[in-house]
Design a protein around this ligand. Structure first.
Ligand SMILES: Nc1ncnc2c1ncn2[C@@H]1O[C@H](COP(=O)(O)OP(=O)(O)O)[C@@H](O)[C@H]1O
Ligand SMILES: [Mg+2]
Length: 239
């Protein structure tokens, strides 16, 4: 079992996917600075399966936003596949995010007037991929989550579990090396939640690194590495 906080020698390692190198994120709320993520090291290797637990407000979403290039660290560096993300311009950052990283949130964030297929296709549209390839990959992604028969349905005609599977297909259609999930089963019944976890774990089995925030100890127990976030600082949950 590797130490997720030991980044020594990471640059040479070919199995390194993402590295926080003293990376932190401070928010300025009026005159008060909130250190949502305290400067720290973290290494994510290809195929890792990491669960992050911790109380509300402890910085879990901030961590995911930095890892997902939705936000830049205000201290230290974030390296994704060897590139220093903290130094990229907004456009480049958006390109990395759109092509390399899949997101699943507690709320599904689907466009409600668009079909399931169209929702899944959209990241590829933003990435400038041609229509025929978009259609094919979106159809394959829906097939992979068992929703091919629902491709023409709008989200409103789907159950919560099905909507989350569409959201997962939208994340996987990019063929991401990093899949970030913020309470992906939080709004689902037990059976639908289990299905989502199985699909996420199947993707992990294909080599996609997964970082998942969860409040559910049973969900966290399935991950190979469990981290605990407190006051913006991570530790091993089982250390
Ligand atoms: N955009 C923001 N502006 C100011 N403060 C923020 C912002 N986002 C998060 N915070 C603060 O950072 C801390 C961590 O938040 P967050 O990462 O959302 O925690 P969690 O996901 O664990 O609930 C909290 O104190 C929160 O209020
Ligand atoms: Mg959160």
């Amino acid at each position: 079992m590797h130490d997720p906080f030991d980044i020594t020698g990471h640059a040479e390692a070919t199995d390194t996917l993402a590295v926080l190198d003293g990376a932190g994120r401070t928010y300025q709320a009026g005159s008060v600075a909130v250190e949502a993520l305290r400067p720290q090291d973290l290494i994510i290797r290809r195929g890792d399966y990491i669960a992050v637990m911790g109380p509300s407000g402890s910085g879990k979403s901030t961590l995911l936003h930095v890892l997902g290039c939705l936000d830049r660290p205000t201290a230290g560096r974030y390296l994704l596949e060897g590139r220093d993300i903290s130094r990229l311009a907004d456009r480049e950052l958006a390109a990395v995010r759109n092509l390399q990283i899949g997101f699943v949130f507690q709320r599904f964030h689907l466009l409600r007037d668009e079909s399931a297929l169209r929702n899944v296709e959209l990241p590829l549209l933003y990435a400038g991929i041609a229509r025929s390839e978009r259609r094919q990959r979106a159809a394959e992604a829906l097939e992979a989550v068992g929703l091919a028969p629902r491709a023409r349905h709008e989200p409103g005609r789907l159950s919560g579990g099905e909507q989350q599977r569409v959201a997962l297909a939208r994340a996987l259609v990019k063929r991401p090396r990093l899949l970030l999930a913020d309470e992906p089963t939080g709004n689902l019944d037990t059976v639908s939640g289990a299905r989502i976890l199985e699909l996420i774990e199947a993707q992990n089995g294909h080599g996609t690194a997964v970082v998942m925030i969860t409040h559910d100890p049973e969900v966290a127990a399935r991950a190979a590495t469990r981290l605990l976030m407190r006051d913006g600082r991570m530790s091993r949950a089982d250390a």
